[in-house]
Design a protein around this ligand. Structure first.
Ligand SMILES: Nc1ncnc2c1ncn2[C@@H]1O[C@H](COP(=O)(O)OP(=O)(O)OP(=O)(O)O)[C@@H](O)[C@H]1O
Length: 223
């Protein structure tokens, strides 16, 4: 379980995240929404242990993340907004490269299966020839190499076509329900958020998001 308690982040005098508390159970997909600059990426960065909170605590599987950073990182898969893969390498070479950096080792067959699971079959193609959607799928596959229990996805489907979005959504649902992964997911696509997520966290002062989600039937937490 992930437990976030009264988490606050300030940059100088500006408080971006103010006393945020929530928990995530295995198998849950949580949507994070809010206007540009509301603090969604900041929250994901803090959960990924890449930034320190100003106050508050985060526990993952009962371990305090601020204290046990190294072991906590093994349980986290993080896909930032910007695609971070080698353009000149093939899909296969990228997967092998990142497998070498991962703490858990996987056979090539298993690496390939990770890509196939999300309908990415261009194994021998250079990444520079892939579409944006395929690159996002590869980024996601890379984040899964070490079999994390917590997946943090910052706009994983931005700018990609409906079919690829549906494929990624279906795969995330499968990861949550079949493998019990906890997924935190940001998107500006409210239909996608409503369709995919079990619960939704609205960040920021603007009530706009809460208002348009109110009829979704989903549990909404606002901060
Ligand atoms: N290193 C930093 N120093 C100072 N301010 C920062 C820093 N990083 C982010 N901010 C500010 O914190 C606020 C939240 O930024 P963040 O990127 O988390 O928002 P976001 O909700 O992810 O936005 P978007 O939807 O545009 O991706 C913004 O006002 C941003 O300018």
């Amino acid at each position: 379980m992930l437990k976030v308690t009264t988490l606050t982040k300030a940059y100088g005098k500006k408080t971006v995240l103010d006393q945020i508390s929530f928990s995530v159970q295995p198998g849950e997909i949580i949507g994070l929404v809010g206007e540009n600059g509301a603090g969604k990426s900041t929250l994901l960065n803090i959960l990924a242990t890449l930034q320190k909170p100003t106050n508050g605590s985060i526990h993952l599987h009962d371990k305090l993340c601020q204290k046990e950073k190294q072991s906590i990182r093994k349980a986290i898969g993080y896909v930032p907004q910007d695609i971070a893969i080698w353009e000149e390498f093939t899909v296969e070479e990228n997967m092998i490269f990142f497998e070498k950096l991962a703490w858990k080792k996987l056979e090539i067959k298993a690496l390939r299966q990770l890509c196939l699971d999300m309908a990415l079959d261009k194994w021998k193609e250079p990444v520079k020839t892939l579409s944006g959607g395929m690159k996002r799928k590869l980024n996601l596959a890379i984040s899964l190499i070490h079999d994390p229990t917590l997946l943090l996805l910052d706009e994983p489907t931005v700018g990609i076509d409906l079919k690829s979005r549906k494929e990624i959504g279906a795969y995330l649902r499968e990861l949550a329900s079949a493998q019990g992964k906890m997924i935190l997911y940001t998107s500006h696509d409210m239909d996608e958020i409503i369709h995919l997520c079990d619960r939704i966290i609205c960040i920021g002062d603007d009530p706009f998001y809460e208002e348009i989600l109110i009829d979704s039937g989903k549990e909404i937490l606002s901060f």
